[in-house]
Design a protein around this ligand. Structure first.
Ligand code: HEC
Length: 166
């Protein structure tokens, strides 16, 4: 091979390589298989993950007469209920959206009033009614064996439920 021919061969292979590199760089990343499905937690999961801990914390806050935290936690519980209704408007044959409002609205409002008036006795009464409502709904959805009660101890060792001293 003459020098000319060699350099031409070299030049073409360099060009081919750079084209290949360019083509490779421009190839969009191909997704692997179908797009992942959005996570839809089960109704029982949401009850255990969101409703149950908030119900407990609300009870403990009330017991400690920590009204500002109780107000916050009541709001969190309300939002948990709202998210459940969004994810599970219907559960089997039950209209959860309607049942949720029918069962929880009134006792939630009563708890809210008790917190606003910083009335411990009223809180205890309203909170007991809210707790009874959890069970009323469980009974009407064939989950009578899920029995909720007023918490006596805290399962949250890293959280202090007493009011913050000013
Ligand atoms: C509108 C109806 C409704 C209301 C109100 C309701 N629940 Fe539930 N709850 C259900 C249903 C239905 C299930 C069963 C879900 C399943 O089996 O997937 C359930 C399941 C649960 C579970 C899961 C049981 C377990 O141990 O795995 C817990 C805990 C729970 N609820 C707590 C509560 C608490 C606490 C309240 C009140 C603050 C409440 N629920 C209010 C309908 C309700």
């Amino acid at each position: 091979m003459s020098l000319k021919a060699t350099s031409f061969a070299l030049l073409t292979s360099v060009l081919t390589l750079s084209f290949l590199a360019l083509a490779y760089a421009q190839t969009p990343a191909t997704p692997q298989g179908p797009a992942p499905q959005a996570y839809r937690p089960g109704l029982g999961d949401l009850m255990t993950m969101t409703v149950q801990p908030r119900h407990i914390k609300l009870g403990l806050a009330g017991r400690e007469k920590n009204w500002s935290f109780a107000a916050y936690e009541l709001h969190e519980l309300e939002e948990s209920f709202e998210r459940i209704v969004r994810v599970w408007p219907m559960y089997r044959k039950t209209n959860i959206a309607e049942l949720m409002v029918a069962t929880t609205k009134e006792p939630m409002e009563a708890v809210s009033q008790a917190i606003k008036s910083a009335d411990a006795a009223r809180f205890d009464e309203a909170y007991a009614r809210l707790t009874a409502t959890c069970n009323a709904c469980h009974q009407s959805t064939e989950r009578a064996f899920v029995v909720i009660q007023v918490p006596q101890t805290s399962p949250f060792p890293d959280q202090d439920f007493r009011p913050v001293k000013p």
